[in-house]
Design a protein. Structure first.
Length: 536
Protein backbone atom coordinates (compact mmCIF):
# COMPACT_ATOMS: atom_id res chain seq x y z
CA UNK A 1 0.00 0.00 0.00
CA UNK A 2 1.29 3.44 -0.95
CA UNK A 3 1.34 5.76 2.08
CA UNK A 4 2.46 9.01 0.44
CA UNK A 5 4.46 10.48 -2.40
CA UNK A 6 6.45 13.72 -2.49
CA UNK A 7 7.32 15.49 -5.80
CA UNK A 8 9.65 18.49 -6.18
CA UNK A 9 10.20 20.13 -9.56
CA UNK A 10 8.88 16.92 -11.12
CA UNK A 11 7.05 17.47 -14.41
CA UNK A 12 4.37 20.05 -13.44
CA UNK A 13 4.75 19.75 -9.66
CA UNK A 14 6.88 22.39 -7.97
CA UNK A 15 6.48 20.90 -4.48
CA UNK A 16 3.62 18.46 -4.01
CA UNK A 17 3.01 15.86 -1.29
CA UNK A 18 0.11 13.43 -1.59
CA UNK A 19 -0.99 11.16 1.24
CA UNK A 20 -2.97 7.99 0.44
CA UNK A 21 -5.49 6.61 2.86
CA UNK A 22 -7.11 3.21 3.00
CA UNK A 23 -9.39 2.24 0.13
CA UNK A 24 -9.47 3.69 -3.39
CA UNK A 25 -8.02 7.09 -4.30
CA UNK A 26 -9.33 8.91 -7.40
CA UNK A 27 -7.57 11.85 -9.06
CA UNK A 28 -9.89 14.22 -10.94
CA UNK A 29 -8.80 17.20 -13.03
CA UNK A 30 -8.45 18.76 -16.43
CA UNK A 31 -5.99 17.60 -18.98
CA UNK A 32 -2.49 18.74 -18.05
CA UNK A 33 -3.39 19.22 -14.40
CA UNK A 34 -0.83 16.55 -13.36
CA UNK A 35 -2.86 13.35 -12.90
CA UNK A 36 -0.64 11.18 -15.11
CA UNK A 37 2.49 12.71 -13.64
CA UNK A 38 1.57 11.14 -10.30
CA UNK A 39 1.62 7.70 -11.98
CA UNK A 40 4.99 8.57 -13.59
CA UNK A 41 6.28 9.71 -10.20
CA UNK A 42 5.27 6.35 -8.68
CA UNK A 43 6.92 4.25 -11.43
CA UNK A 44 9.98 6.51 -11.53
CA UNK A 45 10.45 6.38 -7.74
CA UNK A 46 10.24 2.59 -7.82
CA UNK A 47 12.00 1.64 -11.05
CA UNK A 48 13.40 4.80 -12.63
CA UNK A 49 10.95 4.21 -15.55
CA UNK A 50 8.14 6.43 -16.95
CA UNK A 51 6.02 7.18 -20.05
CA UNK A 52 7.63 10.51 -20.92
CA UNK A 53 10.17 9.13 -23.38
CA UNK A 54 13.23 11.18 -22.23
CA UNK A 55 14.31 11.75 -18.63
CA UNK A 56 14.72 15.49 -19.17
CA UNK A 57 10.93 15.65 -19.72
CA UNK A 58 10.56 14.76 -16.03
CA UNK A 59 12.23 18.00 -14.86
CA UNK A 60 9.85 20.95 -14.42
CA UNK A 61 10.40 23.73 -16.89
CA UNK A 62 12.37 26.63 -15.49
CA UNK A 63 13.80 24.55 -12.69
CA UNK A 64 17.44 25.35 -11.92
CA UNK A 65 17.99 22.54 -9.44
CA UNK A 66 17.30 18.81 -9.39
CA UNK A 67 13.95 17.10 -9.71
CA UNK A 68 13.07 14.67 -6.88
CA UNK A 69 10.41 12.09 -6.00
CA UNK A 70 10.10 10.23 -2.70
CA UNK A 71 7.51 7.52 -2.04
CA UNK A 72 6.70 5.54 1.08
CA UNK A 73 4.85 2.23 0.87
CA UNK A 74 4.14 -0.79 3.08
CA UNK A 75 4.34 -4.50 2.32
CA UNK A 76 4.00 -7.42 4.73
CA UNK A 77 4.33 -5.29 7.91
CA UNK A 78 7.40 -3.56 6.47
CA UNK A 79 7.61 0.13 5.54
CA UNK A 80 9.89 1.13 2.66
CA UNK A 81 10.94 4.43 1.14
CA UNK A 82 12.13 4.85 -2.47
CA UNK A 83 13.88 8.08 -3.43
CA UNK A 84 15.22 9.28 -6.79
CA UNK A 85 16.49 12.59 -8.20
CA UNK A 86 17.80 13.73 -11.57
CA UNK A 87 19.61 16.72 -13.01
CA UNK A 88 17.99 19.19 -15.45
CA UNK A 89 19.77 17.39 -18.28
CA UNK A 90 17.90 14.24 -17.37
CA UNK A 91 20.90 12.46 -15.90
CA UNK A 92 20.09 10.34 -12.86
CA UNK A 93 21.70 11.93 -9.80
CA UNK A 94 20.51 9.83 -6.88
CA UNK A 95 18.53 6.65 -6.17
CA UNK A 96 17.98 4.75 -2.93
CA UNK A 97 15.70 2.17 -1.30
CA UNK A 98 15.40 2.12 2.49
CA UNK A 99 13.69 -0.14 5.01
CA UNK A 100 12.19 2.34 7.49
CA UNK A 101 10.49 -0.04 9.92
CA UNK A 102 9.45 -3.64 10.46
CA UNK A 103 6.49 -4.69 12.58
CA UNK A 104 6.29 -1.15 13.91
CA UNK A 105 9.96 -1.04 14.94
CA UNK A 106 12.17 1.58 13.33
CA UNK A 107 14.99 0.12 11.25
CA UNK A 108 16.17 2.88 8.87
CA UNK A 109 18.34 0.49 6.87
CA UNK A 110 19.61 1.26 3.39
CA UNK A 111 18.83 -1.67 1.08
CA UNK A 112 20.22 -0.36 -2.21
CA UNK A 113 21.64 2.78 -3.77
CA UNK A 114 22.43 3.74 -7.34
CA UNK A 115 22.21 1.69 -10.52
CA UNK A 116 25.76 0.19 -10.77
CA UNK A 117 24.62 -3.15 -12.08
CA UNK A 118 28.19 -4.24 -12.96
CA UNK A 119 28.98 -4.09 -9.23
CA UNK A 120 25.77 -5.85 -8.22
CA UNK A 121 24.19 -2.58 -6.94
CA UNK A 122 20.76 -1.72 -8.40
CA UNK A 123 17.90 0.07 -6.66
CA UNK A 124 15.45 -1.08 -9.36
CA UNK A 125 16.49 -4.70 -8.94
CA UNK A 126 16.08 -4.50 -5.16
CA UNK A 127 12.61 -2.91 -5.54
CA UNK A 128 11.62 -5.68 -7.97
CA UNK A 129 12.84 -8.23 -5.45
CA UNK A 130 10.78 -6.63 -2.66
CA UNK A 131 7.57 -6.25 -4.73
CA UNK A 132 7.93 -9.50 -6.64
CA UNK A 133 7.43 -7.78 -10.01
CA UNK A 134 9.38 -5.40 -12.19
CA UNK A 135 8.29 -2.35 -14.17
CA UNK A 136 6.91 -4.30 -17.12
CA UNK A 137 4.85 -6.57 -14.90
CA UNK A 138 3.64 -3.58 -12.88
CA UNK A 139 2.36 -1.88 -16.04
CA UNK A 140 0.47 -5.02 -17.00
CA UNK A 141 -0.98 -5.62 -13.55
CA UNK A 142 -1.76 -2.12 -12.25
CA UNK A 143 -1.49 0.73 -14.77
CA UNK A 144 -4.26 1.61 -17.26
CA UNK A 145 -2.91 4.00 -19.87
CA UNK A 146 -4.55 7.36 -20.54
CA UNK A 147 -7.09 7.22 -23.37
CA UNK A 148 -8.10 3.63 -22.83
CA UNK A 149 -11.51 4.70 -21.25
CA UNK A 150 -12.30 6.85 -24.27
CA UNK A 151 -11.55 3.94 -26.49
CA UNK A 152 -13.99 1.86 -24.45
CA UNK A 153 -16.81 4.31 -24.97
CA UNK A 154 -16.21 4.76 -28.69
CA UNK A 155 -15.15 1.19 -29.49
CA UNK A 156 -17.03 -1.31 -31.63
CA UNK A 157 -18.37 -4.45 -29.89
CA UNK A 158 -15.29 -6.48 -30.66
CA UNK A 159 -12.98 -3.64 -29.69
CA UNK A 160 -15.18 -2.98 -26.66
CA UNK A 161 -14.73 -6.58 -25.58
CA UNK A 162 -10.98 -6.30 -25.99
CA UNK A 163 -10.88 -3.06 -23.99
CA UNK A 164 -13.07 -4.51 -21.27
CA UNK A 165 -10.89 -7.57 -21.20
CA UNK A 166 -7.88 -5.28 -20.89
CA UNK A 167 -9.49 -3.24 -18.11
CA UNK A 168 -10.72 -6.16 -16.05
CA UNK A 169 -7.49 -8.16 -16.69
CA UNK A 170 -8.64 -10.80 -19.15
CA UNK A 171 -5.76 -9.91 -21.45
CA UNK A 172 -3.45 -10.17 -18.48
CA UNK A 173 -4.72 -13.70 -17.94
CA UNK A 174 -3.71 -14.47 -21.51
CA UNK A 175 -0.31 -12.98 -20.73
CA UNK A 176 -0.19 -15.00 -17.52
CA UNK A 177 -1.05 -18.16 -19.50
CA UNK A 178 1.76 -17.41 -21.92
CA UNK A 179 4.11 -16.48 -19.09
CA UNK A 180 3.23 -19.70 -17.26
CA UNK A 181 4.24 -21.62 -20.40
CA UNK A 182 7.60 -19.86 -20.18
CA UNK A 183 7.75 -20.77 -16.49
CA UNK A 184 7.10 -24.42 -17.29
CA UNK A 185 9.64 -24.32 -20.11
CA UNK A 186 12.18 -22.59 -17.86
CA UNK A 187 11.56 -25.16 -15.13
CA UNK A 188 12.16 -27.95 -17.61
CA UNK A 189 15.33 -26.23 -18.84
CA UNK A 190 16.67 -25.97 -15.29
CA UNK A 191 15.68 -29.56 -14.66
CA UNK A 192 17.50 -30.59 -17.85
CA UNK A 193 20.59 -28.60 -16.80
CA UNK A 194 20.64 -30.26 -13.38
CA UNK A 195 19.77 -33.84 -14.33
CA UNK A 196 20.25 -33.99 -18.08
CA UNK A 197 16.57 -34.86 -18.50
CA UNK A 198 13.12 -33.34 -18.15
CA UNK A 199 9.80 -34.82 -17.04
CA UNK A 200 9.08 -35.57 -20.70
CA UNK A 201 12.12 -37.92 -20.76
CA UNK A 202 10.84 -40.31 -18.06
CA UNK A 203 10.12 -43.17 -20.54
CA UNK A 204 13.53 -42.70 -22.15
CA UNK A 205 15.25 -42.76 -18.75
CA UNK A 206 13.30 -45.87 -17.75
CA UNK A 207 14.41 -47.55 -20.99
CA UNK A 208 17.99 -46.43 -20.30
CA UNK A 209 17.86 -48.07 -16.86
CA UNK A 210 16.54 -51.29 -18.40
CA UNK A 211 19.25 -51.28 -21.09
CA UNK A 212 22.01 -50.57 -18.58
CA UNK A 213 20.75 -53.33 -16.27
CA UNK A 214 20.94 -55.73 -19.21
CA UNK A 215 24.46 -54.50 -20.07
CA UNK A 216 25.42 -54.84 -16.40
CA UNK A 217 24.28 -58.46 -16.30
CA UNK A 218 26.19 -59.30 -19.49
CA UNK A 219 29.35 -57.51 -18.30
CA UNK A 220 29.25 -59.28 -14.93
CA UNK A 221 28.85 -62.65 -16.67
CA UNK A 222 31.82 -61.95 -18.97
CA UNK A 223 33.84 -60.67 -16.02
CA UNK A 224 33.31 -63.98 -14.19
CA UNK A 225 34.46 -65.88 -17.29
CA UNK A 226 37.65 -63.85 -17.56
CA UNK A 227 38.28 -64.21 -13.82
CA UNK A 228 38.13 -68.00 -14.27
CA UNK A 229 40.48 -67.77 -17.26
CA UNK A 230 42.83 -65.55 -15.23
CA UNK A 231 42.97 -68.11 -12.40
CA UNK A 232 43.75 -70.88 -14.90
CA UNK A 233 46.47 -68.83 -16.62
CA UNK A 234 48.05 -67.83 -13.31
CA UNK A 235 48.18 -71.48 -12.26
CA UNK A 236 49.89 -72.53 -15.49
CA UNK A 237 52.34 -69.63 -15.25
CA UNK A 238 53.22 -70.58 -11.66
CA UNK A 239 53.90 -74.16 -12.78
CA UNK A 240 56.16 -72.94 -15.59
CA UNK A 241 57.97 -70.57 -13.24
CA UNK A 242 58.62 -73.41 -10.80
CA UNK A 243 59.98 -75.58 -13.62
CA UNK A 244 62.18 -72.69 -14.81
CA UNK A 245 63.42 -72.13 -11.25
CA UNK A 246 64.38 -75.81 -11.13
CA UNK A 247 66.17 -75.61 -14.47
CA UNK A 248 67.89 -72.23 -14.02
CA UNK A 249 70.71 -73.56 -11.75
CA UNK A 250 71.32 -76.25 -14.36
CA UNK A 251 71.67 -73.54 -17.02
CA UNK A 252 74.55 -72.00 -15.10
CA UNK A 253 76.03 -75.45 -14.51
CA UNK A 254 75.56 -76.32 -18.19
CA UNK A 255 77.37 -73.14 -19.19
CA UNK A 256 80.09 -73.93 -16.66
CA UNK A 257 80.33 -77.44 -18.10
CA UNK A 258 80.73 -76.06 -21.63
CA UNK A 259 83.40 -73.67 -20.36
CA UNK A 260 85.29 -76.45 -18.60
CA UNK A 261 85.09 -78.70 -21.67
CA UNK A 262 86.41 -75.90 -23.86
CA UNK A 263 89.22 -75.25 -21.37
CA UNK A 264 90.09 -78.95 -21.35
CA UNK A 265 90.09 -79.16 -25.16
CA UNK A 266 92.21 -76.04 -25.44
CA UNK A 267 94.62 -77.27 -22.79
CA UNK A 268 94.93 -80.71 -24.38
CA UNK A 269 95.41 -79.18 -27.85
CA UNK A 270 98.12 -76.94 -26.46
CA UNK A 271 99.56 -79.88 -24.54
CA UNK A 272 99.64 -82.00 -27.70
CA UNK A 273 101.36 -79.23 -29.64
CA UNK A 274 103.81 -78.83 -26.78
CA UNK A 275 104.44 -82.58 -26.61
CA UNK A 276 104.97 -82.72 -30.35
CA UNK A 277 107.43 -79.85 -30.16
CA UNK A 278 109.17 -81.38 -27.13
CA UNK A 279 109.34 -84.79 -28.85
CA UNK A 280 110.91 -83.30 -31.97
CA UNK A 281 113.33 -81.34 -29.86
CA UNK A 282 114.16 -84.43 -27.82
CA UNK A 283 114.70 -86.42 -31.00
CA UNK A 284 117.14 -83.80 -32.21
CA UNK A 285 118.81 -83.73 -28.81
CA UNK A 286 119.22 -87.52 -28.77
CA UNK A 287 120.65 -87.51 -32.28
CA UNK A 288 123.06 -84.69 -31.50
CA UNK A 289 123.93 -86.25 -28.14
CA UNK A 290 125.02 -89.51 -29.81
CA UNK A 291 127.36 -87.63 -32.15
CA UNK A 292 128.53 -85.44 -29.29
CA UNK A 293 129.39 -88.43 -27.10
CA UNK A 294 131.36 -89.95 -29.99
CA UNK A 295 133.26 -86.69 -30.47
CA UNK A 296 133.96 -86.29 -26.78
CA UNK A 297 135.25 -89.89 -26.68
CA UNK A 298 138.15 -88.93 -29.06
CA UNK A 299 138.97 -85.73 -27.22
CA UNK A 300 142.32 -86.95 -25.70
CA UNK A 301 143.56 -88.46 -28.94
CA UNK A 302 142.66 -85.32 -30.84
CA UNK A 303 144.44 -83.07 -28.39
CA UNK A 304 147.52 -85.34 -28.41
CA UNK A 305 147.64 -85.36 -32.20
CA UNK A 306 147.14 -81.61 -32.23
CA UNK A 307 150.21 -81.23 -30.00
CA UNK A 308 152.23 -83.61 -32.17
CA UNK A 309 151.30 -81.71 -35.31
CA UNK A 310 152.30 -78.51 -33.58
CA UNK A 311 155.67 -79.97 -32.69
CA UNK A 312 156.19 -81.23 -36.22
CA UNK A 313 155.31 -77.81 -37.58
CA UNK A 314 157.85 -76.23 -35.27
CA UNK A 315 160.49 -78.75 -36.41
CA UNK A 316 159.72 -78.13 -40.08
CA UNK A 317 159.88 -74.42 -39.47
CA UNK A 318 163.31 -74.84 -37.87
CA UNK A 319 164.53 -77.00 -40.73
CA UNK A 320 163.16 -74.50 -43.23
CA UNK A 321 165.12 -71.76 -41.49
CA UNK A 322 168.26 -73.91 -41.55
CA UNK A 323 167.60 -74.78 -45.18
CA UNK A 324 167.26 -71.14 -46.01
CA UNK A 325 170.59 -70.44 -44.30
CA UNK A 326 172.37 -73.28 -46.05
CA UNK A 327 170.89 -72.21 -49.33
CA UNK A 328 172.17 -68.69 -48.91
CA UNK A 329 175.58 -69.85 -47.83
CA UNK A 330 175.83 -72.17 -50.84
CA UNK A 331 174.83 -69.37 -53.16
CA UNK A 332 177.62 -67.33 -51.65
CA UNK A 333 179.99 -70.19 -52.17
CA UNK A 334 178.79 -70.50 -55.73
CA UNK A 335 179.45 -66.85 -56.36
CA UNK A 336 182.93 -67.10 -54.84
CA UNK A 337 183.65 -70.32 -56.64
CA UNK A 338 182.71 -68.67 -59.88
CA UNK A 339 185.37 -66.11 -59.29
CA UNK A 340 187.97 -68.64 -58.18
CA UNK A 341 187.78 -70.92 -61.17
CA UNK A 342 191.16 -72.39 -62.32
CA UNK A 343 192.06 -71.19 -65.74
CA UNK A 344 194.84 -73.00 -67.62
CA UNK A 345 195.72 -74.96 -64.45
CA UNK A 346 196.62 -71.79 -62.58
CA UNK A 347 195.20 -70.25 -59.46
CA UNK A 348 193.22 -67.12 -60.31
CA UNK A 349 194.53 -65.43 -57.15
CA UNK A 350 198.24 -66.19 -57.12
CA UNK A 351 198.73 -67.76 -60.55
CA UNK A 352 200.40 -70.88 -59.13
CA UNK A 353 199.93 -74.17 -60.82
CA UNK A 354 196.89 -76.00 -59.46
CA UNK A 355 196.46 -79.58 -60.11
CA UNK A 356 193.17 -80.12 -58.12
CA UNK A 357 190.42 -77.71 -56.92
CA UNK A 358 188.88 -78.24 -53.45
CA UNK A 359 185.31 -79.45 -53.63
CA UNK A 360 184.37 -76.51 -51.51
CA UNK A 361 184.99 -74.29 -54.48
CA UNK A 362 183.76 -76.78 -57.03
CA UNK A 363 180.82 -75.07 -58.71
CA UNK A 364 179.33 -78.30 -59.87
CA UNK A 365 179.46 -79.63 -56.37
CA UNK A 366 177.91 -76.40 -55.03
CA UNK A 367 175.17 -76.49 -57.64
CA UNK A 368 174.43 -80.06 -56.72
CA UNK A 369 174.11 -79.03 -53.08
CA UNK A 370 171.93 -76.07 -54.04
CA UNK A 371 169.65 -78.39 -56.00
CA UNK A 372 169.44 -80.72 -53.06
CA UNK A 373 168.64 -77.84 -50.68
CA UNK A 374 166.02 -76.58 -53.13
CA UNK A 375 164.41 -79.99 -53.24
CA UNK A 376 164.56 -80.22 -49.46
CA UNK A 377 162.93 -76.81 -49.11
CA UNK A 378 160.12 -77.89 -51.45
CA UNK A 379 159.57 -81.02 -49.42
CA UNK A 380 159.56 -79.01 -46.19
CA UNK A 381 157.10 -76.54 -47.71
CA UNK A 382 154.77 -79.35 -48.78
CA UNK A 383 155.08 -80.94 -45.36
CA UNK A 384 154.32 -77.61 -43.69
CA UNK A 385 151.22 -77.16 -45.79
CA UNK A 386 149.99 -80.67 -45.06
CA UNK A 387 150.73 -80.28 -41.35
CA UNK A 388 148.94 -76.90 -41.40
CA UNK A 389 145.88 -78.54 -42.91
CA UNK A 390 146.05 -81.30 -40.36
CA UNK A 391 146.44 -78.78 -37.56
CA UNK A 392 143.45 -76.81 -38.86
CA UNK A 393 141.37 -79.97 -39.11
CA UNK A 394 142.37 -81.04 -35.62
CA UNK A 395 141.65 -77.53 -34.29
CA UNK A 396 138.16 -77.62 -35.89
CA UNK A 397 137.67 -81.07 -34.43
CA UNK A 398 138.77 -79.78 -31.03
CA UNK A 399 136.29 -76.88 -31.33
CA UNK A 400 133.53 -79.31 -32.20
CA UNK A 401 134.51 -81.45 -29.23
CA UNK A 402 134.30 -78.36 -26.99
CA UNK A 403 130.88 -77.50 -28.49
CA UNK A 404 129.77 -81.10 -27.98
CA UNK A 405 130.91 -80.97 -24.36
CA UNK A 406 128.91 -77.77 -23.85
CA UNK A 407 125.85 -79.32 -25.55
CA UNK A 408 126.10 -82.39 -23.34
CA UNK A 409 126.59 -80.23 -20.28
CA UNK A 410 123.59 -78.04 -21.18
CA UNK A 411 121.43 -81.14 -21.57
CA UNK A 412 122.84 -82.83 -18.44
CA UNK A 413 124.22 -85.73 -20.47
CA UNK A 414 127.38 -87.24 -19.12
CA UNK A 415 127.23 -90.76 -20.40
CA UNK A 416 125.44 -93.20 -22.64
CA UNK A 417 123.20 -94.05 -19.67
CA UNK A 418 121.90 -90.49 -19.64
CA UNK A 419 121.27 -90.74 -23.35
CA UNK A 420 119.31 -93.94 -22.80
CA UNK A 421 117.11 -92.15 -20.26
CA UNK A 422 116.34 -89.52 -22.86
CA UNK A 423 115.40 -92.23 -25.31
CA UNK A 424 113.00 -93.72 -22.74
CA UNK A 425 111.51 -90.25 -22.10
CA UNK A 426 110.98 -89.86 -25.84
CA UNK A 427 109.23 -93.22 -25.96
CA UNK A 428 106.87 -92.07 -23.16
CA UNK A 429 106.13 -88.81 -24.99
CA UNK A 430 105.36 -90.68 -28.17
CA UNK A 431 103.11 -93.07 -26.24
CA UNK A 432 101.23 -90.10 -24.70
CA UNK A 433 100.87 -88.49 -28.12
CA UNK A 434 99.54 -91.73 -29.52
CA UNK A 435 96.76 -91.67 -26.91
CA UNK A 436 95.69 -88.11 -27.82
CA UNK A 437 93.55 -87.73 -30.95
CA UNK A 438 94.94 -85.39 -33.55
CA UNK A 439 91.55 -83.67 -34.00
CA UNK A 440 89.59 -82.80 -30.84
CA UNK A 441 86.25 -81.01 -31.30
CA UNK A 442 84.34 -82.38 -28.32
CA UNK A 443 84.95 -84.14 -25.05
CA UNK A 444 83.70 -87.71 -25.06
CA UNK A 445 85.46 -89.23 -22.05
CA UNK A 446 87.25 -86.45 -20.15
CA UNK A 447 89.46 -88.94 -18.30
CA UNK A 448 91.04 -90.02 -21.58
CA UNK A 449 92.29 -86.46 -22.00
CA UNK A 450 93.81 -86.24 -18.51
CA UNK A 451 97.47 -85.95 -19.52
CA UNK A 452 98.68 -83.85 -16.58
CA UNK A 453 97.56 -82.40 -13.25
CA UNK A 454 95.62 -79.50 -14.73
CA UNK A 455 93.80 -81.62 -17.28
CA UNK A 456 93.11 -84.21 -14.54
CA UNK A 457 91.46 -81.46 -12.42
CA UNK A 458 89.38 -80.25 -15.38
CA UNK A 459 88.34 -83.81 -16.25
CA UNK A 460 87.18 -84.38 -12.65
CA UNK A 461 85.13 -81.14 -12.68
CA UNK A 462 83.58 -82.06 -16.03
CA UNK A 463 82.57 -85.49 -14.74
CA UNK A 464 80.96 -83.89 -11.66
CA UNK A 465 79.11 -81.22 -13.69
CA UNK A 466 77.84 -83.81 -16.16
CA UNK A 467 76.33 -85.72 -13.28
CA UNK A 468 74.63 -82.56 -11.95
CA UNK A 469 73.08 -81.56 -15.28
CA UNK A 470 72.05 -85.08 -16.22
CA UNK A 471 68.60 -84.90 -17.81
CA UNK A 472 68.78 -81.13 -18.42
CA UNK A 473 67.49 -79.89 -21.77
CA UNK A 474 68.08 -76.35 -22.94
CA UNK A 475 65.22 -76.79 -25.39
CA UNK A 476 62.85 -77.66 -22.50
CA UNK A 477 63.86 -74.49 -20.66
CA UNK A 478 63.51 -72.39 -23.82
CA UNK A 479 60.08 -73.87 -24.56
CA UNK A 480 58.96 -73.21 -20.97
CA UNK A 481 60.18 -69.63 -21.22
CA UNK A 482 58.41 -69.09 -24.55
CA UNK A 483 55.21 -70.65 -23.23
CA UNK A 484 55.37 -68.46 -20.14
CA UNK A 485 55.73 -65.39 -22.36
CA UNK A 486 52.71 -66.45 -24.41
CA UNK A 487 50.62 -67.14 -21.29
CA UNK A 488 51.74 -63.87 -19.71
CA UNK A 489 50.56 -62.02 -22.80
CA UNK A 490 47.23 -63.85 -22.58
CA UNK A 491 47.04 -62.93 -18.89
CA UNK A 492 47.68 -59.28 -19.72
CA UNK A 493 44.96 -59.45 -22.35
CA UNK A 494 42.60 -61.08 -19.85
CA UNK A 495 43.38 -58.40 -17.26
CA UNK A 496 42.81 -55.71 -19.89
CA UNK A 497 39.45 -57.21 -20.82
CA UNK A 498 38.55 -57.60 -17.15
CA UNK A 499 39.41 -53.96 -16.67
CA UNK A 500 37.23 -53.01 -19.64
CA UNK A 501 34.32 -55.08 -18.31
CA UNK A 502 34.84 -53.76 -14.78
CA UNK A 503 34.74 -50.22 -16.12
CA UNK A 504 31.62 -51.14 -18.09
CA UNK A 505 30.10 -52.52 -14.87
CA UNK A 506 31.06 -49.41 -12.91
CA UNK A 507 29.76 -47.16 -15.69
CA UNK A 508 26.52 -49.14 -15.88
CA UNK A 509 26.06 -49.00 -12.09
CA UNK A 510 26.83 -45.30 -12.06
CA UNK A 511 24.43 -44.68 -14.94
CA UNK A 512 21.72 -46.80 -13.30
CA UNK A 513 22.15 -45.08 -9.95
CA UNK A 514 22.19 -41.65 -11.58
CA UNK A 515 19.20 -42.52 -13.76
CA UNK A 516 17.21 -43.85 -10.77
CA UNK A 517 17.94 -40.68 -8.81
CA UNK A 518 16.96 -38.69 -11.87
CA UNK A 519 13.76 -40.75 -12.18
CA UNK A 520 12.90 -39.94 -8.57
CA UNK A 521 13.41 -36.24 -9.21
CA UNK A 522 11.67 -36.45 -12.58
CA UNK A 523 8.65 -38.10 -10.94
CA UNK A 524 8.44 -35.23 -8.46
CA UNK A 525 9.04 -32.77 -11.27
CA UNK A 526 6.30 -34.41 -13.33
CA UNK A 527 3.85 -33.91 -10.48
CA UNK A 528 5.00 -30.30 -10.14
CA UNK A 529 4.67 -29.68 -13.88
CA UNK A 530 1.19 -31.19 -13.71
CA UNK A 531 0.37 -28.72 -10.96
CA UNK A 532 1.74 -25.86 -13.07
CA UNK A 533 -0.31 -27.02 -16.05
CA UNK A 534 -3.43 -27.14 -13.89
CA UNK A 535 -2.63 -23.61 -12.69
CA UNK A 536 -2.42 -22.52 -16.34
Amino acid sequence: MIKDIEMKDFISHRDTTLAFGRGITVFVGHNGSGKSSVIDAITYALFGEHTRKANKNLVRRGCQGQAMVRMRFTLNSKEFQATRSLAPSGTAAFSQLELLSENGTAVNKKLAGGERRQYGESTSAEVAKVLGLDYKKLRVAAVVQQGELVRIVEAQPREFKELVNGLIGIDRLDLAFSTMRDVVSGFRDRLRDETGYSDEDIPRVQQLVADKEKELAQAESLLHEFEDEKILLEGRIRGLEQEMERLEPMIAQSRELATREELLLRHVREKRLQLEADAKKLERTIAEAGDALALVGGRDETQMRLKMVGAELEEIQTRMVENEGDFGRLRGFLECAGRLQVQDGKCPVCGSQVEKVDSMFDTSHIKTELARKEAERSRLQVGKVELGREEKRLAELDRRIASAEKFLSDNSIESAGDLEKLRQELVQMQATLAKLPKVMNRVEDPMLLAVDGHSQSLATEITSLREKVRGFSQAAYTNAKLEKGTLSQKLLDANRRMGNHQRAIDDAKTTIESARKALARLSQASEFVGTLERIR
